[in-house]
Design a protein around this ligand. Structure first.
Ligand code: MN
Ligand code: MN
Length: 464
């Protein structure tokens, strides 16, 4: 009998994604830890889109960025920023090549799900005083009960003065809470579905319980308004022109015994916003002009003057293009955009919603999302094979760990990003970002390795 020839498998035929931290060189690990400490500080300072923008401006000015004005002169290496009404930010470092060669754009958003106060929010019931809220973005309402909440935002007084409000972050500050029913009396509530159990009009913040000494109705409410007037000079009518948000008062912390994870509020999408920001702040004179977008209103559909559907982006880019005598459409056609937004990480506690082979995992690097959308890829950008191939090449050349990502099983649900609004401008666009556990919860979880790799990914593209 002839002996059968022993054959060996050619492993290079198979795709073998690897856990990023298993063999991370020590120098890279230190760089990752340092980066993540800086990110944690940024996230703690950026609880709203306004704060994310003002903190980004502070960091940018320290690196020599100047506000864009009508007479800003541009030369290769010029660093400029433009604050879009304090709620969105555009930064650029002018490249050596003209804008006819296109810009390298990275677009993240800095708004996160939260509870906005209604315009007439203060009321008293049973000698307890409350703020009424209207939630912003996609939330699971039950998650926002019985957690400490802080109040951030601005009040525009009748005299035009803009008063900044921040209550609940300083350890000496009071905080706020939305109460829940005790389980002893929760039998009827527990029979309801998670989406029905807590009605939107039930998300009311408890803000006071002691009545004012003066005679009259609603004495607790009056006492609370007196306190607000003493501290901020505001009256009940001033709430009509206010933007106040209740956000989780939960500081950003390492998670896990091995400290490999970061827990915090608003990773979606400030984790990608910081990656972009950090990358552009480190540029000196890139080949192509680098543009960093920190957008607002993504969580409500990118509408509005500070959202990515706004012409504000054209306004900024046109200023740069005109300075070089380049047509805006010529620049867009040659540009590339990384829509840097988070994706969902595979969660072994909920395996049924994901298709394991194609879902992003923690610690496997930046997640490239070729398409988002719902059902038959409805509402998606769906980047081309060539664009995915371009990222593979740049990431391989620059030591960026990456993986493919998809938003859950087919027909399980869906979602979107700013990608389609960028692509609709005739800019080649693809989604990539940090995989997140518990996305849109008051406290989300990411892996440090993926945060760091997303920063490296954006920087590699800026420098390509
Ligand atoms: Mn997002
Ligand atoms: Mn989101």
């Amino acid at each position: 009998m002839a002996e059968e020839a022993k054959t060996q498998r050619d492993e290079s035929l198979l795709y073998h994604p690897e856990h990023g931290c298993a063999a991370l060189p020590e120098a890279e690990r230190r760089a990752m830890e340092g980066y993540c400490e800086d990110y944690k500080r940024y996230l703690d300072a950026a609880r709203t889109e306004r704060e994310a923008v003002s903190e980004a401006i502070r960091l940018a000015e320290a690196k020599g960025f100047v506000p864009l004005t009508a007479d800003t002169a541009f030369a290769p290496g010029s660093k400029v920023y433009w604050s879009n009404r304090g709620k969105a930010l555009l930064l650029a470092v002018v490249g050596a090549e003209p804008l006819s060669a296109g810009a390298v754009v990275a677009a993240a958003h800095v708004d996160s799900p939260r509870l906005d106060l209604k315009q007439l929010p203060v009321y008293e019931d049973s000698e307890l005083c409350y703020f009424k809220t209207h939630y912003y973005g996609g939330i699971k309402k039950y998650q926002w009960l019985t957690i400490p909440l802080a109040l951030h935002g601005v009040v525009v007084r009748r005299d035009g003065a803009v008063v900044e409000v921040c209550i609940g972050e300083d350890p000496a500050d009071p905080q706020f809470v939305i109460t829940d029913l005790l389980p002893h009396l929760g039998a009827d509530q527990m029979k309801k579905t998670l989406s029905e159990a807590i009605p939107g009009e039930g998300l009311n913040l408890l803000i006071g319980s002691v009545p004012d000494a003066a005679e009259g109705t609603d004495r607790v409410k009056y006492a609370v308004l007196k306190l607000l007037h003493e501290k901020y000079g505001v009256t009940e009518e001033d709430f009509l022109s206010a933007e106040l948000c209740a956000v989780p008062a939960l500081p950003t912390r390492d998670q896990g015994l091995d400290r490999s994870l970061i827990g915090g509020y608003g990773h979606d999408d400030r984790v990608c916003a910081y990656a972009e920001l950090r990358a552009i702040l480190e540029l000196e004179k890139p080949r192509r002009t680098a543009v960093c977008i920190l957008a607002d209103k993504e969580e409500t559909g990118s509408d509005g003057v500070t959202g990515m559907q706004s012409q504000a982006f054209e306004h900024f880019m046109d200023r740069l293009c005109r300075s070089q005598g380049v047509e805006l459409d010529e620049c867009f056609a040659a540009s590339f955009c990384l829509s840097a937004d988070v994706c969902n990480a595979f969660d072994p506690n909920f395996p049924e919603v994901s298709e394991k082979r194609n879902n992003a995992r923690l610690n496997y690097g930046v997640g490239i999302c070729k398409y988002t959308g719902a059902r038959g890829k409805s509402g998606t950008n769906d980047a081309s094979a060539e664009t995915v191939g371009y990222l593979r090449k740049v990431f391989a050349e620059n030591g960026v760990a990456w993986q493919m990502a998809e938003l859950g099983k087919v027909d399980q649900g869906g979602g979107g990003t700013v990608a389609k609004y960028m692509a609709n401008r005739n800019i080649e666009t693809i989604d990539a970002g940090v995989p997140v556990l518990s996305m849109h919860a008051p406290y989300e979880t990411v892996a440090k390795f993926d945060c760091y790799m997303t920063y490296k990914a954006v920087k590699a593209l800026y420098l390509d």
